[in-house]
Ligand binder design. Structure first.
Ligand SMILES: [Fe+2]
Length: 246
C-alpha cells in the first residue's frame, strides 16, 4: 500500500535521527553526560507516556478495535501486564539504577530541562488531547513510539533484536557497565513493540480515508511539527551534554 499518507509519515520517521545519536551507542560519554541525556528522556516523554496514550484513547470515537489496541498498548506501558514485566517508566528507572544513578536523580526538581525539551513536551501534552484523534494517535503511536527504523521494520528488512540478544548487544551493557538484569525495559520492548508498531500503522491508515485531504494533511502536519520540535529538543540535549555537531 503506497498511499501518500503512509509515504509522508515514513518520510517523517526517516528523519527521526540526530547527529548526536552515534555518541550514545559508542563508549566515551561521561556519567554526567549520560545522566543529562536520560533525565531529559525520562521527564520529556518516558515517565508520562502511558498518561499521554490515555489522552489519545480518551478522545477516540467508539471504534472497538481502535480502543482495544490502544488500551492494550496503554496497559502494557503502565503495568507491563502483557510482557509480564512492570510499568515501563519504572523499568526505565531500573535501567538507570543499573547505570549507578539514583531514582532521586530523576525527580522534577533535580533536573533542569533545556527549554527546547520543555516545548517538545508541551507539544506532546497538548496534541495528545487535541482533535482529530487520528493526528493524536499518529503522533503518539507512530512518531513518539516509533523510530528511524520504521520503514525497514514495516518492510521486514529490520528485525528488532529480542530477549537475551537485545540485552547483550545493548550499548549500555556493552560500553557502560549496565548489568543485564537491569535491562528489563529492553526485554519488554523486544517482546511487545513489534505488535504495537503494526497496530499503530493499521489504526492510522485505516481511519484516515484517502479522500479526506484535510484530515490527511492535519495528521501529517502534526507529525512534522513534532519532528521539528524533536530536532530542537535533541539539539538542546546535545548542547547540555557538551557535544558539538558539524
Ligand atoms: Fe514502552
Amino acid at each position: 500500500m503506497n498511499r501518500p499518507l503512509r509515504e509522508r509519515l515514513l518520510a517523517v520517521m526517516d528523519q527521526k535521527d540526530h547527529w548526536a545519536y552515534p555518541a550514545l551507542t559508542q563508549p566515551g560519554l561521561s556519567r554526567a553526560q549520560l545522566l543529562v541525556h536520560f533525565q531529559h528522556e525520562y521527564l520529556v516523554y518516558v515517565r508520562d507516556f502511558p498518561a499521554l496514550l490515555a489522552r489519545v484513547l480518551g478522545q477516540t470515537p467508539p471504534i472497538q478495535s481502535v480502543r482495544a489496541a490502544l488500551a492494550e498498548n496503554l496497559y502494557e506501558e503502565q503495568t507491563g501486564g502483557v510482557s509480564r514485566s512492570g510499568p515501563h517508566p519504572e523499568l526505565f528507572l531500573g535501567m538507570m539504577e543499573g547505570l549507578g544513578f539514583s531514582r532521586a536523580d530523576f525527580d522534577d526538581d533535580r533536573c533542569s530541562l533545556h527549554p527546547s525539551a520543555r516545548s517538545y513536551r508541551e507539544i506532546l501534552r497538548e496534541a495528545s488531547a487535541a482533535p482529530p484523534w487520528q493526528a493524536a494517535c499518529a503522533l503518539l503511536t507512530i512518531f513518539v513510539e516509533g523510530s528511524r527504523n520504521e520503514r525497514a521494520e514495516l518492510e521486514g528488512t529490520f528485525v528488532r533484536p529480542r530477549g537475551d540478544d537485545a540485552v547483550r548487544s545493548h550499548p549500555l551493557v556493552v560500553h557502560y557497565g549496565c548489568p543485564p538484569e537491569a535491562m528489563k525495559l529492553t526485554r519488554a520492548h523486544g517482546a511487545v513493540e513489534g505488535a504495537h508498531r503494526k497496530d499503530a500503522w493499521r489504526i492510522v491508515l485505516d481511519h484516515v480515508p484517502e479522500a479526506d485531504a484535510a484530515l490527511t494533511s492535519t495528521v501529517i502536519a502534526t507529525c512534522e511539527r513534532a519532528l521539528a520540535a524533536w530536532h530542537r529538543y535533541r539539539d538542546g540535549v546535545a548542547e547540555r551534554m557538551g557535544l558539538h555537531g558539524k
